[in-house]
Write a protein that binds this ligand. Structure first.
Ligand code: 2P0
Length: 354
């Protein structure tokens, strides 16, 4: 089941990137995070954000990010506001680099004001950079008057944050690793929605909302350069992706879950074997994994996946989600338990003509 993806809307013009003869002076966009069922972990080119392996995710229907981009022709610099406050420097720098890329493509020079509101805790491994850069890519292209197809938009969002390319689309989404480097790599590495998928849920056990360290970007680099398990994991992940495509197409919830859990725990094995070791999992994360095993022993096909943080998402059939929620609620130390279903792709909610 794929829900409303960007390709289904008339938000984007069916042409590759090109400047239009008019721009909206401001645009608002809404995007949702995604949870990878086969993970992206490692770049073959850091500046173009080309991944070593392809990945596959489900866009969620909770925790949206809303971003407004307003052109400010009188300003001498961009300003970036994050949840009503000036953004921290590391976020501002990334957003400014991204806007510079959009301006270059649009042949424009005006600076912009960017206001972002997140409903997902930032930097906790709950994919705020995915929804954040997907929303920014959509709002900025509209504000600066760039025509783009959804596929082009996914390539652009990828440059802000790799996983953001998947949040351009709703439902189940594959991000092709692509081939080669430079322009070839850029052209062939994009996200695409899958035509079908299981009627499933991800029940998210929120273990901790403090920002994680190190960042995904740093941890990926450290994994690639120091972990003896990185290459074996990357090879296995390629096989996981092929098998996952079949399992999603067959709507086989248990098979999707088995592949997803193995792929995620493999990624954490890579992290633990990096030097120095990177340990995102906490004792409470492991208790959630225990609970998931108990559920399986009791006949509920539930499987865990964990991103770059301690929070655990439990994959299950929608018909089993209340049993999973009840089991997780028994763990009193969890901060909260949230249920996500396949959600929509990015949308531009309003824009103003200049
Ligand atoms: C994923 N993660 O596939 C993997 C699994 C976290 C664990 O993509 O460096 O914020 O900005 O491209 O996309 C998180 O990393 O990294 C991520 P950059 P991103 O969802």
């Amino acid at each position: 089941m794929n829900t409303g993806n960007a390709a289904d809307t008339d938000t984007f013009c069916p042409a590759s990137f090109s400047a239009t003869d008019h721009a909206d002076s401001e645009a608002n966009a809404v995007a949702y995070p995604n949870m990878a069922l086969v993970k992206y972990w490692g770049k073959r080119d850091e500046s173009l954000v080309l991944p070593v392996t392809g990945s596959l995710s489900m866009t969620l229907d909770i925790f949206p990010t809303t971003t407004r981009v307003s052109l400010e022709p009188q300003s001498s610099a961009d300003s970036v506001w994050f949840d009503g406050r000036p953004a921290p420097r590391h976020i501002r720098d990334r957003v400014e680099r991204f806007l510079a890329l959009v301006r270059e493509r649009a042949g424009r020079s005006e600076h912009a004001r960017v206001e972002t509101t997140n409903t997902v805790p930032t930097g906790t491994g709950l994919a705020s950079s995915a929804s954040g850069f997907a929303a920014l890519a959509a709002a900025a292209t509209h504000a600066y008057g760039l025509r783009s197809t959804p596929r082009d938009l996914s390539r652009l969002a990828r440059r802000g944050s790799g996983s953001a390319c998947r949040s351009i689309f709703g439902g189940f989404v594959i991000w092709h690793a692509g081939a080669g480097f430079g322009a070839d790599g850029d052209d062939t590495s994009y996200a695409e929605p899958l035509p079908a998928g299981p009627d499933a849920a991800l029940v998210i056990a929120i273990v901790d909302t403090a920002p994680k360290t190190p960042s995904s970007r740093t941890a990926m680099r450290q994994s690639m350069t120091t972990s003896p398990l990185y290459l074996p994991w990357a090879c296995a992940s390629r096989a996981d992706l092929l098998e996952m495509c079949v399992a999603v197409a067959d709507s086989d919830v248990a098979r999707v879950g088995r592949i997803a859990e193995g792929n995620a725990l493999g990624m954490h094995a890579v992290l633990l074997s990096a030097r120095p070791a990177i340990r995102y999992l906490s004792p409470l994360s492991l208790r959630v994994l225990d609970r998931v095993e108990q559920l399986r022993s009791a006949g509920v096909p539930a499987y865990a996946t964990i991103d770059a943080g301690p929070n655990v998402a439990v994959w299950c059939a929608r018909s089993d989600e209340q049993r999973v929620v009840a089991a997780l609620h028994e763990i009193e130390e969890l901060l909260s338990v949230r249920v996500a279903h396949p959600g929509p792709g990015v949308t531009v909610t309003s824009s103003g003509r200049s």
